[in-house]
Design a protein around this ligand. Structure first.
Ligand code: ADP
Length: 617
């Protein structure tokens, strides 16, 4: 550029007027020091400065340029005479006292004198901060979207419907079994789809052109011959005349999902076959929506042959034997309370067939699903018709009850006769007879105890075992039982610890039976001359009685079962011990009737501690 006064055809004043009104920021800098000779108002606005910077060197007026490359660019222009262009150049400016990051397109144009000497520089700048920031934001958003789609394993594609060209992400090629640098064309994609799915895929494409929505799940064949499942979703973009222009969307490899679904369907089928084979019925109760679903076998157990809707109150509860209704309803309520039952549902009940009026015994087992707040959502489970085994069991119980009852009377008179004979033998001082009769008496006591056990068991099974509660001193009871046990103790030392007067309201005879059972087991299952310790402790609301021995101990697996009816541990260490496995079963039932707890701590070979608790009321 020539000197602004000469050759431009414009007077100095006209040039300044032009500069002042120009829609771009313009400034003229003079000399090597870049003294600001003039700057139009737009330039002053861009710089964020007042006109008093005119006639001062640039670095004085805009000290923030220190450390930025612009002053060097200006010096280069000044010395070389070559203009310098900047595109979206970042400049840090202090505008009206506030530091800002700005972007400019600009030119530094040298002003030359007639002798070609550069005397100044004209700066023309256009601020593009808004555009640059918008572009950076868009690039960021695109990058975020790219990362998100990559993280979810999605491939993306953009199909130009006019030209058939497709732009896709590297992931799409991978989903089709190709290297991620491969670029695929639309025509190729058709060859990759499994021939059996091709018609469906083409139809989905044609439908999408009218509906605007593209969706399919299909198999694709990879170059190595393996088959994979993909799911595509897309959207069509139309012009103003609804001519489809582009289709864009995502694609996902769903092979694993499909396999899992297949596995699930297979296992559902095997479960169905298994329940069918085991003659199990199934039920599913939605606690939140109060709905109930029964399969056909579950319906059979309630004597129902139709498929009409069923409900908890009107079908289930009304279908039960009236004597079992309350107990069964309580078992359901208990299962729904996670704290009490941990969601386990396990109950036997009788039903009276709705249509056939038949009485059936049913065993129901189930599990409750809870939400995070432990509120019950669903009770799901299975039912089994146990009528036949229940009837056999009832017959067996009747037989045991009858036999025990018949044995009781002769045994009582046998005991009376032996005691009479014992008195007589003692009187005449026949020590052999006394010894023999004492042994007989002790054997009869054992037999009587056993028979009472059987009688109690059959009473329990038929719900006739009742408690005769009274307030009594536990310590005294324990002392009495220890006294009675000494004659059969085979040299064991029975020690009573922590005795103190503790009164409870319970069935004295039955609690005595439990303690006696613990002590006789402790004697039975531990070597002679070892000690058996009975311990009585109490808290504010319960008492605990524990009987500890140094005997053979019990394996963990057996500990879970020994309180069940007829359960006996069968192994090398229990070989020589006889019994029926009903003592602990009865003890557990008696303690349960008292709302107490019963349990055992034991280690095989290291002795056992049996305990029970009773609430103090
Ligand atoms: P029984 O002693 O008549 O078999 P119980 O019901 O009293 O019946 O006991 C069940 C089983 O528990 C026993 O067969 C025995 O294996 C085991 N058991 C009970 N008490 C003890 C104990 N103190 N030490 C080791 N095992 C015991």
């Amino acid at each position: 550029m020539q000197n602004l006064d000469n050759g431009s055809g414009l007077g100095k004043q006209s040039f300044h007027d032009l500069m002042a009104q120009a829609p771009v920021a313009i400034s003229v800098l003079r000399g090597y020091d870049m003294v600001i000779e003039s700057a139009n108002s737009m330039m002053l606005d861009v710089w964020g400065k007042t006109p008093d910077i005119i006639n001062r060197p640039l670095m004085e007026g805009l000290p923030e340029l220190k450390g930025q490359p612009y002053i060097n660019f200006l010096h280069d222009v000044y010395t070389t005479g070559k203009p310098h262009y900047g595109y979206e150049a970042k400049v840090l400016l202090v505008r009206n006292g506030v530091g800002e990051r700005c972007y400019f397109n600009f030119v530094y144009q040298p002003i030359t004198e007639p002798d070609d000497r550069v005397s100044g520089i004209m700066v023309v700048a256009m601020e593009v901060t808004q555009q640059v920031i918008a572009r950076i934001k868009m690039e960021d958003a695109e990058e975020r979207l790219r990362l998100a789609t990559e993280a979810t394993g999605l491939g993306t594609w953009d199909l130009d419907l006019q030209s058939g060209n497709i732009i896709h992400s590297p992931r799409l090629a991978e989903i089709f079994g190709r290297n991620n640098r491969t670029v695929l064309r639309q025509a190729e994609l058709n060859n990759i789809v499994h021939p059996a799915d091709l018609d469906m895929v083409n139809k989905a494409f044609d439908d999408a052109l009218t509906s605007g929505v593209y969706f399919f799940e299909a198999r694709v064949i990879w170059p190595d011959g393996t088959i994979h499942w993909v799911r595509t979703t897309g959207k069509v973009i139309y012009d103003d005349n609804r001519v489809p222009l582009r289709m864009l969307g995502t694609i996902k490899d769903i092979t694993e999902q499909k396999h899992m679904l297949d596995e699930l369907l297979k296992s559902e089928e095997s479960l169905r076959l298994a329940t069918e084979a085991a003659e199990l019925g199934t039920f599913d109760m939605d606690v939140v929506n109060h709905s109930l679903v029964w399969d056909h076998r579950c319906r059979e157990m309630f004597g129902i042959t139709n498929n009409d809707p069923v409900s908890y109150e009107n079908t289930f509860l009304l279908g039960l034997h009236p004597d079992d209704r309350e107990r069964t309803d309580a078992a359901v309520c208990q299962a729904l309370n996670k704290k009490i039952s941990n969601g386990d549902f396990n109950v036997d009940y009788r039903t009276i067939g709705v249509e056939d009026k038949k009485l059936r015994w049913v065993r129901a087992k189930g599990k409750v699903l809870f939400n995070e707040q432990d509120m019950p959502l669903r009770l799901i489970g299975a039912v089994l018709d146990i009528t036949e085994s229940k009837q056999n069991e009832l017959k067996k119980n009747d037989f045991i009850a009858m036999a025990s009852h018949e044995l009781k009377t002769p045994l009582t008179s046998l005991k009376a006769y032996i005691q009479l004979l014992l008195l007589n033998a003692r009187r005449i001082g026949d020590s052999f007879l006394v010894n023999a009769l004492e042994k007989s008496d002790s054997q009869i006591s054992k037999m009587t105890k056993l028979i009472h056990g059987f009688l109690d068991m059959s009473k329990l099974e038929s719900g006739k075992l009742t408690l005769n509660k009274e307030v009594f001193d536990l310590t005294k009871l324990i002392e009495e039982i220890i006294g009675d046990s000494r004659p059969i103790s085979q040299g064991h030392d029975i020690v009573f610890e922590n005795r103190s007067v503790i009164k409870v309201n319970a069935d004295r005879e039955k609690i005595g039976q439990v303690i006696s059972n613990f002590i006789s087991n402790a004697i039975k299952y531990s070597p002679k001359s070892t000690s058996v310790v009975v311990e009585l402790t109490s808290t504010d609301n319960s008492v605990k009685i524990a009987v500890k021995d140094n005997g053979i101990g019990i394996k963990e697996i057996d500990q879970q079962n020994i309180f069940q009816r007829f359960y006996r541990v069968e192994n090398e260490s229990t070989k020589g011990f006889s019994g029926f496995g009903i003592g602990l079963y009865l003890s557990a039932e008696i303690i349960n009737l008292h709302s107490g707890k019963i349990g055992v701590y034991s280690k095989e070979g290291k002795g056992s501690t049996f305990y029970f608790t009773l609430p103090i009321v």
